[in-house]
Design a protein around this ligand. Structure first.
Ligand code: ARG
Length: 416
């Protein structure tokens, strides 16, 4: 940041100190270029600074969602599982992705981790956003997720063997093949490695939670990724697969639906992040049958939805590390904030839910030097809400002001 860049002062009556978990205020946040240069208690604005006065609003760090898929959502396809698979291609995904990225940013999510996309669309999207060519959240991308033959990442499961799918696939079996597949993702631009430790809901294998890799394969994926300096996120619903993934040393487990007492203990001991996408179930059960999702997949959702929420509560009570992860893409982008109220309903305080989407998410990403708090030196990624999010965390479903990197994306709070 050049000292010549103009100084902006963002003033608000309240702010969330996500690092300490306290609400404070009033505050004047000074921004020069992309970064926060000072966080001053009080209301005084330095001479010469451009003032953005948010009045009574509460200022928060830009929100972080560590589990999204910006290349599609239920509003972008025909809705029908098989029809979409047979008629949409990677170019459709690439064309729509900027719109979904903008919806996400407008919702106050200034950083996301995209944990799986076809054809390296996520790499191009991240790069275009980083270069300022299109608006969108900061992205860490996983590129093509790894999975076993017939597993949750094998999109050909359930299709006739006569149908041939083109394009990069994450399907890899065996220790050598998974190592090679990790290297390929890294080579193509992955910031993080995603693999399917267990079966899943929205895919055609019979199980919803059975392990889909051996311990040796999981160990190899994590070892290889970490050697390249990349963190690892493992999709896992089943209790056994969750423990195998934790044992392998993953940085986060996604979904965590059937995690058992031993799994909670292991995660706690190792500091593994547990990322529960507990809003999803509502949307899937309300909408997916109408969309033409195979009944067997909806039956699998019914196995995980409620128990995942109960286990979320146990994880909160056990004091696990938890990051805000919605799996947006399964439901519409821009609705990310709907998960806050669920998290509070199932055991978090509003402050804990906010920290999971700010300072704690930044920890999982390895980005506490960039995002996740309102602190000098970090990016000036800020959101504001007119009402108090600690009284009603649901207000975060519609934030009133979004700034990313010192640039106002949108504001419903008039200049005063
Ligand atoms: N992508 C996940 C899967 O297909 C979505 C799971 C959604 N369900 C839930 N209860 N979180 O497995």
């Amino acid at each position: 940041t050049s000292p010549a860049a103009p100084l902006t002062a963002v003033r608000a009556a309240h702010w969330i100190d996500a690092e300490s978990g306290r609400e404070r205020g009033p505050v004047v946040v000074l921004v020069r270029g992309e970064r926060i240069t000072a966080v001053n208690e009080g209301t005084a604005v330095p001479a010469g600074a451009k003032l953005i006065d948010l009045g009574d609003a509460t200022l928060l760090p830009g929100l972080i969602d560590v589990h999204v898929h910006l290349t599609s959502d239920p509003t972008t396809g025909t809705g029908n599982y098989y029809q979409d698979a047979l008629t949409l291609d990677v170019i459709d995904d690439a064309v729509i992705a900027p719109t979904l990225a903008k919806r996400t940013l407008d919702a106050g999510f200034t950083t996301v981790r995209n944990v799986g996309a076809p054809g390296y669309v996520d790499v191009s999207l991240r790069n275009a956003i980083d270069r300022g060519l299109i608006p969108g959240p900061r992205m860490l991308v996983a590129t093509v997720p790894l999975g076993s033959t017939g597993g949750h990442a094998d999109d050909t499961t359930g299709f006739s063997p006569d149908i041939h799918f083109e394009g990069p696939t994450g399907v890899a079996d065996g220790v050598d093949a998974v190592r090679a597949r990790v290297r390929e993702d890294v080579k193509r631009g992955a910031d993080v490695i995603k693999f399917m430790a267990s079966a899943g809901v929205l895919s055609n294998e019979a199980s919803v939670g059975a392990p889909q890799y051996t311990q040796a394969e999981m160990d190899a994926i994590v070892d290889e990724a970490h050697r390249w300096g990349k963190k690892v996120a493992a999709h896992a619903h089943g209790a056994e697969a969750i423990k195998m993934a934790i044992r392998a040393g993953v940085d986060s487990v996604e979904h965590c639906s059937f995690i058992d007492a031993e799994g909670l203990k292991m995660a706690k001991a190792r500091g593994t992040y547990l990322d529960f996408d507990i809003y999803n179930d509502d949307y899937i059960l309300a909408e997916y049958a109408k969309l033409g999702t195979p009944p067997a997949q909806i039956a699998k959702e019914k196995l995980v939805g409620r128990v995942q929420r109960e286990n979320f509560r146990k994880a909160v009570e056990a004091g696990e590390k938890m990051a805000f992860a919605t799996d947006a893409g399964v439901y519409p982008h821009g609705w990310n904030g709907k998960q806050f109220a669920k998290m509070v309903q199932w055991g978090m305080t509003p402050m804990q839910a906010i920290q999971s989407a700010t300072w704690n998410a930044a920890d999982l990403l390895g980005w506490r030097d960039r995002v996740g708090a309102i602190k000098p030196g970090l990016y000036a990624d800020l959101v504001a809400v007119k009402a108090d999010p600690l009284k009603d965390v649901g207000v975060l479903e519609h934030v009133d002001f979004v700034m990313k990197g010192g640039v106002v994306d949108r504001s419903d709070i008039g200049e005063r």
